[in-house]
Design a binder for this molecule. Sequence first.
Ligand SMILES: CC(C)(COP(=O)(O)OP(=O)(O)OC[C@H]1O[C@@H](n2cnc3c(N)ncnc32)[C@H](O)[C@@H]1OP(=O)(O)O)[C@@H](O)C(=O)NCCC(=O)NCCS
Length: 168
Amino acid sequence: MPCILQLTRRFDSRPIPPASPGVRLRHFAGPGDVEIWLDLRRRSFARQKLGVRDWDAGDFAREFLHKDWWHSEAMWFAEIQRFPFQSHTAVGTVTLARRGDARNAKPVVHWLAVLPGYRRRGIGRLLMATLEAAVWDAGGRQVWLETHAQWAEAVRLYRALGYRPAGE
Ligand SMILES: CC(C)(COP(=O)(O)OP(=O)(O)OC[C@H]1O[C@@H](n2cnc3c(N)ncnc32)[C@H](O)[C@@H]1OP(=O)(O)O)[C@@H](O)C(=O)NCCC(=O)NCCS
């Protein structure tokens, strides 16, 4: 039986993204990033049994592009350079969504994912702190998210960052 956890964290100072040598961040940069995001989703959530099929560009448009909160700076990609002089490759992503009516819309962590081969290197922490700093800079002092109790890595990450059940 899936169990959804609603977690939140309040901030009393601006979150500082940790130094992450070798990792660079960028925003969504156009249609070419749709396939990159879909591939990250497919590979990062492979063990989570999210549904019966992979998503396509139409799903991406419904999930992001058609939302009233969407803008290209709401989505980040973490990239690394596998070998010197080669181009950078996306290994993680997160999106800052908004939930609720426009005046009281809550900042929400949406689709945090890091490729299996790049985990436990601080990339999830970097993406979260980057999103949180953007919320702070926009005047927000609290971030919300939903996850599944069975997604142990995500639950551990959020707890380590100070997220607690939203009802507390
Ligand atoms: C959750 C996820 C994004 C974490 O990414 P990550 O880059 O490995 O996270 P970090 O390396 O920044 O880890 C930060 C902290 O989270 C905790 N953590 C993360 N993964 C953990 C694991 N497998 N076991 C124990 N603790 C873990 C640790 O406290 C870790 O700090 P530490 O390495 O200094 O001990 C990644 O595991 C993932 O993509 N999982 C599948 C998709 C998913 O569940 N997304 C969240 C949907 S709500």
